[in-house]
Design a protein around this ligand. Structure first.
Ligand code: ZN
Ligand code: ZN
Length: 260
């Protein structure tokens, strides 16, 4: 199976897909997606376990295991043991999503930083890449990364909405940057300008579904099939064809998540 259009970050275990999950996955395949990464951490640890079950059912699906920064206050040794057990499975290709979310602040900042540090340790121990979430917390994320993994880390800052300077820092540190439907929003001109200045050979595309549906689906439940809109927006920003974006981002996703 060759790698083409990939939704590198979707929450397929979310209960909003309970009624029609298989149809959603089938629509993504019809839309030309070759792979999807079902990200764990959209809720309790059971979400990562459900994502793994999906990855076992579908050969073009992979999953990740971790605890979202929203739920960082619940992180403990028992949860870590369950994440670690998942990371032993070949279908589970990354640690996360983890990171820092100071915008919502559902968990105390200290708990978020501690959970992030432990996810980084897991990534180093298992040699699997890390999926990072960051909202209004770039300074602290950079600091935790530098402290816990001074030599850099393989992984991705997903749903990037930050500044050019921060994007540059993450790339120099060794991470990839992934754009979601946010880059397609009419108001996101600044983000599109930033995207245009970043090298395509370091970018990936995602939906973060069921959240953040791009136009013309805005306000509705998002789904992996819509990732094509993100690729088209990046293509326009870079002045290249959508196919060129799909090929470049596919290589990056294949490398990072060992897709074939
Ligand atoms: Zn996220
Ligand atoms: Zn997510």
């Amino acid at each position: 199976m060759s790698v083409g259009l990939v939704d590198t970050h979707c929450h397929l275990a979310d209960r909003r897909y309970d009624a029609d999950r298989d149809a959603v996955i089938e629509r993504a395949r019809q839309a030309g997606l070759t792979h999807m990464v079902a990200v764990g951490g959209g809720g309790p640890i059971e979400d990562s376990e459900a994502s793994y079950e999906l990855a076992r059912r579908f050969p073009f699906l992979r999953s990740t295991a971790g605890i979202h920064p929203h739920d960082a206050r619940n992180y403990d040794d028992l949860i870590e043991a369950r994440i670690e057990a998942l990371l032993e499975k070949p279908e589970v290709v990354a640690v996360g999503e983890t990171g820092l979310d100071y915008y919502y602040g559902h968990s105390p900042r200290k708990a978020q930083r501690e959970a992030l540090a432990r996810h980084i340790a897991l990534a180093r121990r298992t040699a699997k890449p890390i999926v990072l979430h960051c909202r209004d917390a770039d300074d602290d994320l950079r600091e935790v990364l530098t402290t816990e993994a001074p030599g850099g880390l393989r992984g991705v800052v997903h749903c990037f909405t930050g500044t050019y300077e921060n994007a540059r820092w993450y790339l120099d540190y060794g991470l990839l940057i992934s754009f979601s439907g946010v880059v397609c929003f009419p108001k996101s001109q600044d983000l599109r300008h930033i995207a245009a200045r970043l090298p395509l050979d370091r970018l990936m595309v995602e939906t973060d579904s069921p959240y953040l549906a791009p136009p013309p689906h805005r306000g509705k439940r998002n789904e992996p099939a819509f990732v094509a809109h993100v690729a088209e927006t990046l293509a326009t920003a870079h002045g290249v064809t959508a196919q060129a974006v799909i090929e470049a981002t596919a290589r990056n996703a294949a490398d990072l998540f060992c897709l074939a």
